[in-house]
Design a protein around this ligand. Structure first.
Ligand code: FES
Length: 325
């Protein structure tokens, strides 16, 4: 059985299953609520019950004061809904709402896509998951002292399992170590979240996503967040790669395209940014009602922004993240 949960003061609602923790249901709905341990130790997920009935599904070590209990405070990771509910808690709407966290993770898996691209999967300790917003970055530090800032590719709804996409560059000790020596369980220190771009949630404009190469990583995270938030507007994704490269998540993009009437995937293979921009412009027409998120190398971002603005897209509705792709 599912119940309706309303979060105040944001006035957003979602469904929570009877035995599902309120924290899990909130994150699954794409909402960014404070949390940390997910097991009742840290107290970060404290919220105030305004209306409705709860079940306690987990014992918690974190101690609420008598005054907090009297006021109706509960831990969202330790309770589920037993009726429709109203809860009071704050939600992050901007990257700056979330403090930077330092977590030692372990390599869970590495998928080599080709000799220049891989997917790196990290796992945080169960008691210390990462809170971030879709589109934000993390700094990964290796035990050889090298580090790299990368966009997080996974959904903020799962702070335990983190995903990154890495493009190999010549003579870079960080990528050399990951490509040639990283193994399952290797420790990697993560400092996050930082930089990047975040989704504008309260805007219903159609969305134009544009990514170059591994610039797909933050688009994947943002897209997952859009799906959790049940965005209904039209979303078009143009993914550009070089002629000799592949769209390494082609199957994922096509499956979202098949499943969602409002999502359209448009892969492009070309050697020149000018040709890619020409194809993107030709695919549309008038951009005046759109919002755009662009992840591309710095030299390309400016050209894309200029071309979109010339076709009517207001510059203030463009978010761009210049990254090495
Ligand atoms: S007590 Fe830590 S997330 Fe709930």
């Amino acid at each position: 059985m599912a119940y309706q949960v309303e979060i105040k003061p944001a006035k957003v609602s979602f469904q929570a299953e009877e035995r599902e923790s309120l924290l899990h249901a909130t994150l699954r709905a794409g909402l960014n609520v404070d949390h940390g341990c997910t097991n009742g130790s840290c107290g970060h997920c404290k919220a105030r019950l305004l209306k409705g009935k709860l079940s306690q599904i987990r014992y918690h070590d974190f101690i609420l004061s008598e005054a907090e209990k009297q006021a109706g405070d509960i831990l969202m990771c330790c309770h589920s809904a037993r009726s429709d509910l109203q809860l009071e808690t704050s939600l992050a709407t901007d990257g700056s709402d979330i403090p930077r966290q330092e977590i030692t993770t372990r390599v869970r898996r590495i998928d080599h896509i080709d000799d220049k691209t891989l997917r790196l999967y990290l796992r945080t300790p169960r008691s210390n998951t990462l809170r971030f917003m879709a589109g934000q970055h993390a700094v990964l530090k290796l035990d050889n002292g090298t580090q790299r800032e990368l966009p997080i590719a996974s959904c903020p709804c799962d702070g335990l399992n983190l995903e990154f996409h890495l493009h190999r560059e010549s003579s870079d000790p960080f990528t050399d170590k990951i490509f040639d020596h990283a193994k399952k369980s290797m420790p990697i220190d993560v400092s996050a979240p930082c930089n990047g771009i975040t989704l504008v949630e309260n805007d219903h404009s159609p969305i134009l996503f544009i990514a170059w190469g591994t610039g797909f990583a933050p688009i994947q995270s943002i897209l997952e967040n859009c799906l959790s938030l049940e965005f209904r507007q039209q979303m078009v994704f143009h993914w550009i790669v070089h002629e000799q490269e592949i769209h390494y998540a082609d199957g994922y993009c096509r499956s979202v395209d098949d499943a969602m009437d409002n999502f359209h995937y448009h892969p492009i293979q070309t050697e020149t940014a000018a040709e890619a921009i020409k194809k993107i412009i030709a695919w549309h027409g008038d951009f005046s009602e759109w919002r755009s998120y662009i992840i591309a190398p710095p030299a390309i971002v400016d050209n894309v922004v200029e071309a979109l603005c010339a076709k009517g897209l207001p510059e203030e509705k463009i978010k761009s993240d210049p990254i090495v792709a």
